[in-house]
Each structure stands twice: as C-alpha cells, then as structure tokens.
Design a protein around this ligand. Sequence first.
Ligand code: ADP
Ligand code: MG
Length: 692
Amino acid sequence: MKSSIRNFFYPKSICIPGASTKELSIGYEILKTIKKFNYSGKIFPVNPKADEILGYHCYHSISKISDQIDLAIIVVPKRFTLDTIEELLAQNVKSIILITAGFKETGEEGKVREREIVDKIKDAGGSMVGPNCMGVINTLPEVNLNATFIAEEPETGKIAYLSQSGALGAMILNSLRLTDIRFAHFISVGNKADLNENDFVRFWESDENIEIMTMYLESFDNGFEFIKPLMLNEITKPIVVLKAGKTESGMRAASSHTGALSSHDKIVDELLKQFGVIRVDNINELFNTAKVFENFPAPKGNKVAVVTNAGGPSILLADKIEEEGLQLAELSNETKSKLREIVHPEGTVNNPIDLLPGGNEISFPQVIKAVLEDRNVDAVISLFVEPVMVKPMPIVEAINEIESDKPILQVIMPLPEFWNEYRENSKLRKPIFRNPEDPAEVLSNMLFHINGKEKRARLKSSNEEILSNVGAGKYAFNSGFITQAKAAEIAEHYDLPIVKEIIIDADKIDEQRIEFYPLVIKGINKEVVHKSELNAVKLNIRNSDELKKAILQISESFKSHKYITEKYLLQEFVEAKHELLLGGYRDPSFGPVIMFGSGGKYVEILDDTAIRSAFIAAEEITEMILSTKIGKILSGVRGEESVDLTKLTNIIKSASQMLIENEKIIEFDLNPLIVDAKDQFHAVDIRIKFGE
Ligand code: ADP
Ligand code: MG
C-alpha cells in the first residue's frame, strides 16, 4: 500500500492552491468548510493575490511555505493545474487531491492532460485523488477534516464511503439529517486517474477506525485488483457496493457464445457474489446495510422472529424474509406459552407475533425478550405502525435498551414528527427503518457477508495455489481462433474429454479409409464459426455411402456460401442425453472468467449460464453447476440418478486452469460438451482464441 494514502485522511497540514476570497467560489467555500469543521492541523491557503482568507494567512506561492505539507487540495482553474502540481512536487508533497475538473471527462485532449499529470505525480513517488472530485472528510475528532463544499456537518461513526460521482456524494451529505449516516471517512474519487477503490479498500482494511466500507462505483477499472485481496483473504471487513451502469461493455467484442452470453454487468454481479462483496440495488439499501453493521451484532443464522402491531406490513415483511433466503423462526412451545401470558388473547403467539393495536412499551419489549431466549431465533424484527392511542417514542426507546447478542431491528411507521423527536431525544439513537422490507434485506446482506468471510478464510491456501499458476502455461499461438488440431492438442494437455476424432485435409478425404461408424462429419474453414448454420455438420453417418453423400453436401454448401472446405473433422457419433456449455473469457477488467450452463445450438435461447472468476475452488464449481437449471437436472430430478458431478467439476477446473495458465488465450468454448446415456462427457466442438 502506498504510504501516502494515510495522509488523505490524517494530514497534519493541508495546502490549498486556488483558495479564494470570493464568496461562493469553490476556493472560498472549501476553506470555509474546513474552518467550520475545526480542522486540527495547519492550513496553508495559496493565492498570488490574497494576503489573508477567512482569518488564515494566505501564501502567494507554494514555494513560500516552509513547513511540511501532508496533503494538497487543488482548486485552481484547469490551466494552472500542471504548474501547481510541479510546484507541489518540488516541495515534496506526496498526497494530492485534484478537485479541478475538465480532464478525461471532456474528451481526448483532457485524457492526455490527465495522463501527463498522473505520470508526473507517480514519477515523484506521490499519489493523487481525482481529478473532477469533491474532496475528503474525516470526522474523527483527532482530525476533524471536512474539505468539501457541502454545508452539512456529518457526525462521526465507523463507516467509510467512497463515491465515484461527486453529485452522489453531495446528495448523500445533503441528506444526512434524514438518513442519520455517521461517517468516519468520506472520499470522492472523481475520474480515478491514479488512486481508486482498490487502494482505499486496502487502506480501510488496515485502519482500525473503519468497520464497514461502502462505495458508489460506475466502473471497476481494475476489477482483478479488487478481487485479488479477497481471494487471498486479506480483506475481512464488509464491503458494500452500489454499482451503476448496467449497460454492456467490454464483452461486445467477443465473438463466441461465451462472449454473447455475458454482459459486463453480469460478470460484476457474479464475481462480487463469488468473493463475498455485498452488491446493493440502491442508496437506501447501501446505507441501511452499513448502519446495521455499525450498530448491531450479526445474526448467527437465518431464522427471524417478527413482533408487530400491524397485520399488513408484517405480511410484506414475511414475504421479503422468504425472498431474501431468510426464514420465519418456528417458536418453541416454551416460548409460545410465555407469550400467551403477555399477548392479548385475540393476538397471535405464532411468528409473526401480532400484539394488535394495543401493543405498547410494556408488551413489545417483553415479547422481544421472550423470543430472544428461544434457540430457534437468530434475529428479531419489531414492526410498529402508530395508532392513535400509543406513542412510538417510549416503545422505540424501550426496545433500544434491550441488550442481546442477536440483532433487534425496528421498523417504525409513525406520524412525521416522530423523526425529529427521535433525533433529538433518543438516548441510544440506534438506526431504525422506515419500510417493512428494509430489515430483511439488511439481515440477508449481513449473513451473506459472514458466509463469504468464512469461505474466503477456508479457500485462502487453495486460492494462493491457483494464483501461483498464472502464466505457467506453454501455449502461445498467433492471434485469432486456432486450428482444430491445435485446439485438440491443448485440450488433451488439460485432460478435457475430447471426443475420438480425426482431421483430414479436404483433398485427401477420398483416399482415407474410415474404420469407425457411426460417425459425425464436419466441414472446416477457419472463417466459419458456426458450422451447423452452413449445414456443415452431418450426424449419425453409418457407412461409407452415407459418408460420401455427406461430404458432397458439405462441400456444396460451403461452395454456395463462397467458402472452401479446408478440412474435414470426423468424430465418433455420441448419443447425447444433455448438451452443456463450458466457456471462458478474459475480461479486460476482472481477468479470466469461466461460464457453465445449458449448451448446444440453442444456448442463446436457453440463456441458462453461470459465470465465475476462473480463480475458483472445486467447492465453488460444484455450487456454480447447481446454480444453473441444467445443473439441477444433471444432479438428478424425478428419481433420475445424478451424473458424476465430481467428474464435471474436474473438467471445469481444468478448463479454468487452461485459461489461467495461458494468458494469451482470450476466449474458449466447448459447445457442446455432451453427456451421453452412460454419463460420459465428450467435448465435440472446441474453439480457442488467442489474443495479441
Ligand atoms: P457448430 O457449433 O459449429 O455449429 P458443432 O460441432 O457444435 O458445430 O455441432 C453442432 C451440433 O451437432 C452440436 O450442438 C451437437 O448437437 C451435434 N454434434 C456435434 N458433434 C457431435 C458428435 N460428435 N456426436 C453427437 N452430436 C454431435
Ligand atoms: Mg458448437
């Protein structure tokens, strides 16, 4: 980790080139915010025309500052940025935030400028946040730094937040009084020309003031560097990601099925899942999740007890509980008899426990304490809708006071004035939720994190071994799809179950004695990707007469499409019970990924595939297989026996290894990988593409 990263959050001195005396300019407002927030270190505003700003001595140039500068926050106009950076580097400043905009986001020229700046800073051993960003906050009392231009004063907590969008960062700061998020650190990273989420994740993992990392991202510029520390179990804190931009990219260039079947977003989605990163759908879920991690213990299991005074909302909650893979806890008889003494005779002692509108500050906590003692309960959700005769505040406070190693989450649906009262008068001010569905979503995210963390610890050494094989392969061919013969050679090396086959030059086909029937004959031309579309695949050929006919048909069909039949591929005909797809692709950001699912001619229509990083352990491969429909079928339905999933897992493992070891392979696909009636696997169509 770059040592200069710490200075972005814990600087003892800050220089602000571009500080201004003009109210409402960024150069003025940022200084005003820093002052208002009581920054604990030294401030050096720089402006050639001012002697003093907001009571601070203002330097006419950076070179006039004789003290050490831990952090520079640049707000000068774009045309002065390069000079400013050179001056800072001359003063040995290593940490720079470039707030100024007008770089990569404006086009080619801006991109070149941005590159130039980053190169300069890196050559000098420094690092930069931005450009085109809105600053940094560290609310911890020993620093008290708010170098943004937003009026709100965030309260201190244990959450770190990184925003790729300045506006989204601002929006979140603006809504702090509604959301009650308490940050330790906030950083807006803008164009991410140098430092990005990967750097901050590592830093926050090492910073004991941070317990949860949250981020809004529009891109993973180096997705592999993001997942690698997770693979190696170097990250244990929860990471919650809101990722926008679900549009296609990167994969569009891919020509095989593997490419066409996976959008970049699908890769992001499945890989984050694979490595235990929580991906959320919206800002609400992002911060609800973070707040719960910050304030409550994690549940040990997925069984939830619901205590409520409201029927309808609790049904919505129960639906969500199921949807999120949680369960309504089955209460023990002992608990139920305890509850019968508390709950109104017309209420319910089955989960959800309905206290009816009379439920109050006595019965709610009593019931919650009773269910907390039940071994079948891992978490409690209290759901209160305000009726005329009961005030929410005493109930909420009484529940807040309950101490337990199980999480107790509260949903309150009160009159609007409640929220202010809660902010002002609550003793513990634990987070409470507004929508009945919120806590279920959050509990499931927490469990997902716990399971992911355990899995990463378990797989650490296996992943280390896989990573040590990167580039260990020996295959290097010219770019493009390689010939059938070469593909077969690689497949054999990696023990992929290639079907018995021979390749014959087209002009020698007549002299060749063919001994095995029934067979399949395919016409080959380098340019032809989908042979059956050109009628160049003839199945179940039983004798030499049929073979002659097939050869004629294939060569005529090729001719009519202006292709030369270069070779013929003759294979054993296998009776297919299932056709599978096994593919792989080198994603520009996340590196090698593999794909498994339903195969054959109808892959696109079946659309039944799972994607994972090729850095994958056997147990995860089996889970991947079973996550697809065809995987469930293979594992045996309606009394059928399961195919040998271990064998299939090994095949997928070898294919991943092929991709990991041979970095020049950019794409491969086995489509189909046939399963026959005797549960043997046969790769009948292997394609491998090499890159530059
Ligand atoms: P392409 O994908 O280029 O059209 P394939 O070699 O995948 O050509 O063949 C098309 C289809 O023919 C396969 O999806 C499979 O159903 C069938 N097929 C191909 N080879 C065999 C074989 N050796 N045995 C049985 N069926 C085969
Ligand atoms: Mg095929």
